[in-house]
Structures are given as C-alpha cells and as structure tokens.
Write a protein that binds this ligand. Structure first.
Ligand code: SF4
Length: 199
C-alpha cells in the first residue's frame, strides 16, 4: 500500500468528513439529525475500535461513542490500560436509526465505501469489531460468538478481533456482562500488542 504523509492523511480525512456530513445517500439519514463521522484521535494509530452506528446521544452531539455505550467502552478501555486517544473509533454506518433499530444491509452497503476510504487512509493493523452486525460485515460469520477470543485476518491484510457491542451490557449485567468482559479483554490484549509493535 502506498504510504501517505501525515499531511496527505489529514487532507483526505478532512475531505471524507465533509463528504459524510453532507451525505443523504441512504434511508438511515431520514431519522438522523446529521451523519456522524468517525472519531480520528491519532492519524497514525494502528488500531480502530469499530461499532455499529450512532445512538441518540451521538446523533445529538455529532461524535461516536459519547453516550451510555461510549461510557461502557471508556470504562473497559481504562480498565485495560488503553487510552481512548491512542485509538480511532468508527461505525459501520454514520447515521442514527430511530429507536436504535438495526441498520439494514442496504444501508450498510451504501455507507461502506466511506469505511473503505477511512481504512485506505488509516491503514490499521487491528480492528476491534464490536457487535453482531459489524462482525458479520467484516467476517461473513453468522455465528458471531465463535469469533470471540480469536485473532482473525482480513484479506486486506489487517487483523481483527471481536466482542459484543458495549451497549449490549447496559440492561443485562449478568452473564452478558461476563461474556462482554472476557471478549473485550482479549481484544484489548491484542490491541496493546499492536500499539506496542509486538503484533
Ligand atoms: S448512513 Fe452513511 S450512506 Fe447513509 S446517509 Fe448516513 S452517511 Fe450517508
């Protein structure tokens, strides 16, 4: 892959952000106040934490993972000694869907070219896939639980690990929380290895 300079990365990311903010290409846009671009904390970070789509708070604030699910993400990143500013945060589609309905595959397909462009600029070495739909989109795996605790490789060359969506544990703190913590901790172990250039 062609190596971009930091200046080229910044220029492409600004252009991409502007395009996303003006996008009305799919049905998800109907319920959204605005599309929510990815949160790029470090243009040279090799790690992306990748969710599904913005929720109500994210739609209001225009940033990904700033609501209740974001607080779960932050709490468990901190517990795993990973600063959020060291990684980038993305979503499968950039628009809020009313009542947090699952995005349609037709919406994912229309938004995916934006993701491809983020990946071309950021060139991650590890993507943490959070939530069923995101895992399915990258792995074609229907039994997503089988992907937890596994280090997978995408045909584009980057590694992938997976876990339930952080928002999924908000209202069920029993077994679901235990499953989330085990899978998320594995993801963070791999993320730390990549951040420390050991993977
Ligand atoms: S979800 Fe993506 S493709 Fe659909 S309107 Fe929003 S930004 Fe555009």
């Amino acid at each position: 892959m062609w190596q971009l300079t930091d200046e080229e990365k910044r220029t492409k990311l600004i252009g991409l952000r502007d395009e996303i903010l003006q996008c009305t290409k799919c049905s998800a846009r109907i319920d959204a106040r605005r599309p929510v671009p990815w949160q790029i904390n470090d243009i040279n970070s090799p790690v992306i934490f990748h969710g599904r789509n913005p929720g109500y708070t994210e739609d209001m604030e225009g940033k990904p993972f700033v609501g209740a699910g974001g607080r779960v993400l932050n709490k468990h990143l901190t517990r795993n000694v990973i600063a959020r500013k060291w990684v980038n945060i993305g979503n499968l589609i950039c628009c809020y869907t009313r009542n947090d309905r699952m995005p349609l595959w037709s919406e994912v397909r229309v938004c995916f070219p934006f993701i491809v462009r983020y990946l071309q600029v950021l060139q991650p070495r590890l993507i943490v896939l959070m939530g069923t739909l995101t895992i399915e989109a990258y792995t074609n795996e229907e039994e997503v639980r089988l992907t937890y605790g596994k280090l997978m490789k995408h045909k584009r060359g980057f590694h992938m690990v997976s876990c339930p969506h952080p928002g999924s544990v908000l209202y069920n703190k029993g077994k679901r929380l235990g499953n989330f913590v085990a899978a998320f901790d594995f993801c963070c172990q791999q993320a730390r290895l990549v951040l420390e250039n050991k993977l």
